[in-house]
Design a protein around this ligand. Structure first.
Ligand code: NAP
Length: 313
């Protein structure tokens, strides 16, 4: 009897842990659920999900006994939580264990873009140093005014790191936070962008923040600004950002996430003023192990009839 489906591209370690402990049935993607017989689908009470494809009510209805969707990741915008709640299904995620890695990456990306680290390394690897002399000057990153859009768990870790780089911290969230003195709260993203040099996006994805970083926010940041996005591609008006980058109305962008990932808009691939990474925010051995562990804690609690560890609804 397979009460648990392990849906998604898991590492060998994670899939072994899910199958050994819970007898989980591994599936590569959500579309394979419909291929299971009605009898097998009726056994399932939990999905351990790892992926970004939409998991909505139509999928949930294939599994009449479903009670838990345990997401591998803190961002659960792919899961329709309203549909889940309406069906008595609890969604869990993996918060906090990835904060350090994602915040480290955000700061690293801001430095990479400001200091042109990828371009200067490529220039050296291409053998241009001996003939070309010194690499062109980049720009300073420490001491800039930086806006953090979304002062949640990861946003706070980013702001703490940037403060150590002598940056002046500004932020926008739905509510003012208990932040260190000197950090400035802004009520809306345009006001935030107008007040700062660079903008780091750490807000949730999904319909409520769709296009939050609009053309108006990009214009307010201006031609000296860098946008860092470690949140979700959906948060940014990507076409407006590409136009601004190409036309010099935005100095740079450092992006770990994209709207149509992994099929990134090809305009990004040739931009000299964009640092682009393939969604690697939490992609370390240590953090992925911790995320898998937390996901399994939730599945374990569900199967034992105990309180879930990190429910979101
Ligand atoms: P969090 O603690 O829940 O913080 C989310 C932030 O988004 C909070 O500041 C919150 O505002 C804001 N927010 C939530 N709903 C909103 C809405 N409807 N309108 C405006 N603002 C809203 O989440 P987290 O753990 O920091 O994670 C943040 C996001 O990072 C995740 O959702 C995920 O998409 C992304 N992420 C990316 C990677 C990666 O690999 N690149 C890895 C992990 C996470 P308040 O402060 O007012 O509540």
């Amino acid at each position: 009897m397979n009460k648990v489906l392990a849906v998604g591209q898991y590492s060998d370690i994670d899939v072994a842990a899910l199958t050994d402990e819970f007898g989980a049935r591994p599936l590569d993607d959500l579309s394979q659920i419909a291929d299971l017989s009605p009898a097998l689908r009726a056994e399932v009470t939990a999905i351990a999900y790892k992926g970004h494809h939409p998991l909505n009510g139509a999928v949930m209805d294939l599994l009449p006994g479903l009670k838990l969707i345990a997401n591998f990741g803190v961002g659960y915008d792919a899961i329709n939580v309203t549909d889940a709640s309406a069906r008595g299904i609890t969604v869990t995620n993996t918060p906090n264990v990835l904060n350090d890695d994602v915040a480290d990456l955000a700061v690293a990306m801001l430095i990479m873009e400001a200091r042109k680290l990828t371009a200067s390394e490529n220039w050296m690897r291409d053998g241009k140093w001996p003939a070309g002399g010194a690499y062109p000057l980049a720009r300073k990153m420490s001491g800039r005014k930086v806006g953090v859009l979304g002062m949640g768990r990861i946003g706070r870790e980013i702001a703490d790191r940037l403060a150590a780089f002598k940056c002046e911290i500004h932020y926008q969230s739905r509510s003012r936070k208990d932040a260190p003195s000197g950090w400035t709260y802004h009520a809306d993203p345009v006001e935030l962008a107008r007040a700062v040099d660079d903008l780091v996006i750490a807000v949730v994805g999904g319909p409520e923040t769709e296009g939050f970083v609009s053309a108006a926010v990009i214009d307010a940041l201006g031609p000296d600004g860098i946008i860092v996005n470690i949140a979700r591609g959906s948060v940014v008006d990507e076409a407006a950002m590409l136009d601004a980058l190409e036309q010099g109305r935005l100095r740079g962008a450092a992006l770990d996430v994209f709207r149509a990932e992994p099929n990134v808009d090809p305009r990004f691939l040739t931009l000299p003023n964009a640092t682009i990474l393939p969604h690697v925010g939490s992609a370390t051995v240590e953090t992925r192990a911790a995320m898998g562990d937390l996901q399994r804690q939730n599945v374990r609690a569900h199967l034992a009839g105990q309180a879930l560890v990190t429910p979101v609804n």
